[in-house]
Design a binder for this molecule. Structure first.
Ligand code: AMP
Length: 612
């Protein structure tokens, strides 16, 4: 049973199919969808909106999501993320949720009937998917969706179900802080400990990530679910009321002042003073306020976040000088007060050049791209790689590599092989791992046999062998006989991966033996060619020796014997020389055989038939 490669590596269409992948930051207040386009992760816009409010409006005959909801609409479902994967017991469900049939499940009443948080989330996800498929004008292959690091199994499972309901293939759920780390390319570093400081509008989360051997692990989390930009707005609001003696009795005035305060706060992130005339309660006020005059009152809030950071560091048993990087996430980290205090606290420059609202979606998009196996050549996206090459045994004790070492996983590659002998009905697929040319110098991972290949002349059958390594390093090798479509496969568990010392030793061996291996391969290939020519000539002599004179026949037989003897002596240049001699000696024989077959093919046919 033998194999011979007949198509070049990478010629299969499978690995080159365009796979449209997206990253989704499914937020409590806003969501974003991003994708890697021409090598760069970009936010996909919905009619020029980058942020898609995570809110849903169910009307009798339609479902509106995000920016499609008119501003005056009532009964909008907001912040469903706070409910997903939870039971009635977990929340204060009096207002927003209804208990159906005495179950502990949460349902929300809408004009379209009761909706579970999973259904509402799936409607948001459907919208995000549509933004992407409209952008590309094509189907989306899969998505990475981010979830907070503190989400439990139930919340994660519920998020996956929502995605499934939305028709999204989830490549992986990843933690929001991990996505931020991918966005900054921290996965290209060897190892490190990183802090993700995430201060949004209403929540604060701190996560400590350890990056080791290609994997991010969240080693501590802390935070405050009611601390965020809104609290800074309140401080500014109170300051304005005092400084300008504003009347803020009514709810409407309060709401208006909140907006003014937020506006001033955001302006003070890019300028030191705010000087503008503001209309409030039908009166114009000239507001002059500097960052320095108000900054002092922010300190208690900043300190609250620092306390959470200290708690997390404590839980992780880490000191500040062990932190290799600090990533800023969330709109409120744009505030200079936050930036300055964190820089001072961690005693290092912060990772803050990416848009803090978009960094999670960007990281998710990059990760989705990698997981779809499209980032093989992009070092910056390297996540987890095959430590050693994977291949199969071919003729002559040689290895044909199918997935080279250092390929980013998941990955799929296919190659075609053919039969070596006429009428060959079986083919052995022996899967090996390693860098050496000789099968016996590599690790054998397993083997299986492709049976029932229809009998055909040597080289006519086509067996497509596909190697697939998934994100969890599970290797599946399958072989498909192309005429019958019969598929045989084998799964090799992640245990095929070996420890680092063994890998190092195998790599060192491949370097030290590189020269010998090269010689071994070229000799083996010469012998394969020589044997093939011998076999073909033998068959030709058996069938058509009457076409030869005695002299021609003796010469060919002499060359054949010489070649057989040279093969046993294993001298490459001699084998090559005698193979050439046999080729030359049998050239006129081949010509005569060809003339004869053309003659018999044309006999009895008129010119019109031949020209058809
Ligand atoms: P997020 O939940 O991450 O979208 O963050 C929303 C919060 O970020 C709100 O409180 C915003 O006021 C705040 N924010 C957005 N832009 C800025 C800015 N330029 N300066 C200060 N805060 C900002």
């Amino acid at each position: 049973m033998a194999l011979l490669q007949i198509s070049e590596p990478g010629k299969s269409t499978d690995p080159h199919n365009r796979k449209l992948t997206i990253g989704i930051d499914l937020g409590t207040t806003n969501s974003l969808v991003a994708s890697v386009i021409s090598g760069e992760a970009k936010i996909l816009e919905d009619n020029n909106y980058r942020l898609i409010p995570s809110r849903v409006l169910y009307e009798q005959d339609q479902i509106l999501v995000g920016n499609d909801i008119p501003s005056h609409a009532v009964s909008i479902i907001n912040s469903v993320k706070r409910l997903i994967g939870k039971k009635k017991d977990d929340i204060n469900a009096n207002d927003i949720a209804l208990d159906l049939a005495d179950s502990n499940d949460i349902f929300i009443q809408t004009p379209q009937g009761f909706k579970s948080p999973i259904q509402v989330s799936s409607d948001i996800l459907k919208k995000l998917k549509k933004i992407a498929s409209d952008y590309f004008g094509d189907e989306i292959y899969g998505a990475v969706i981010t979830v907070p690091a503190y989400f439990n199994e139930g919340q994660r499972q519920a998020t996956k179900e929502a995605a499934k309901l939305a028709g999204i293939d989830v490549l992986r759920l990843i933690n929001e802080p991990t996505a931020a780390a991918y966005a900054y390319g921290l996965d290209t570093k060897k190892e490190g400990v990183f802090v993700v400081y995430d201060l949004g509008g209403g929540t604060f989360d701190i996560s400590i990530l350890q990056f080791n051997q290609g994997v991010f692990e969240v080693i501590a989390t802390n935070g405050n679910s009611s601390l965020g930009g809104d609290d800074f707005d309140q401080i500014i609001k109170n300051y304005l009321i005092n400084k300008y003696q504003l009347n803020s009795q009514g709810l409407e005035e309060q709401a208006h002042l909140n907006l003014i305060a937020k506006y001033i706060k955001e302006k003070l992130s890019s300028q030191n003073t705010f000087n503008e005339t503001i209309k409030f309660n039908n009166q114009n006020y000239q507001i002059d306020i500097s960052l320095s005059e108000i900054e002092e009152s922010f300190i208690p809030l900043v300190d609250k976040t620092i306390q959470c950071v200290k708690n997390a560091l404590n839980d992780a048993n880490l000191s500040i000088d062990e932190i290799d990087g600090v990533i800023m996430v969330g709109g409120s980290t744009r505030m200079p007060t936050i930036q300055n205090h964190m820089k001072q606290f961690f005693n290092q420059d912060l990772l803050n050049d990416l848009n803090p609202d978009e960094v999670v979606a960007i990281g998710a998009a990059r990760q989705a791209f990698v997981l779809s196996g499209q980032a093989v050549d992009d070092d910056t996206l390297l996540l987890d790689v095959t430590p050693l090459s994977l291949g199969i045994e071919t003729m002559g004790d040689l290895v044909e590599r199918i997935i080279p070492r250092n390929s980013t996983i998941p990955i799929a590659k296919a190659q075609e092989f053919t039969t070596y002998k006429d009428g060959q009905t079986m083919m052995k697929i022996h899967v090996v791992q390693g860098e050496r040319e000789k099968v016996s110098e590599n690790r054998s991972l397993g083997e299986f046999v492709v049976k029932d290949i229809p009998p055909m002349p040597a080289g006519a059958a086509k067996i497509k062998v596909t190697f697939q390594v998934d994100a969890d390093s599970l290797l599946t090798v399958s072989a498909e006989e192309q005429t019958t479509g019969t598929k045989t496969s084998i799964e090799i568990k992640p245990s095929y991966s070996i420890n680092e010392n063994e890998i190092r030793k195998m790599l060192e061996d491949s370097f030290t033996n590189a020269e010998d291996d090269k010689k071994f391969r070229s000799l083996a290939e010469l012998i394969i060619d020589a044997n093939q020519i011998l076999e073909l000539t033998e068959k030709a002599l058996h069938n058509d020796q009457q076409l030869l004179s005695d002299h021609e026949k003796t010469t060919i037989e002499k060359c054949m014997n010489n070649l057989k003897s040279e093969i046993t002596k294993k001298n490459p240049s001699k084998i090559k020389q005698v193979t050439d001699e046999l080729n030359n000696a049998s050239m006129s024989f081949a010509q005569k055989r060809m003339d004869r077959s053309i003659h018999s093919a044309l006999t009895g046919k008129n010119i019109n038939e031949i020209n058809k």
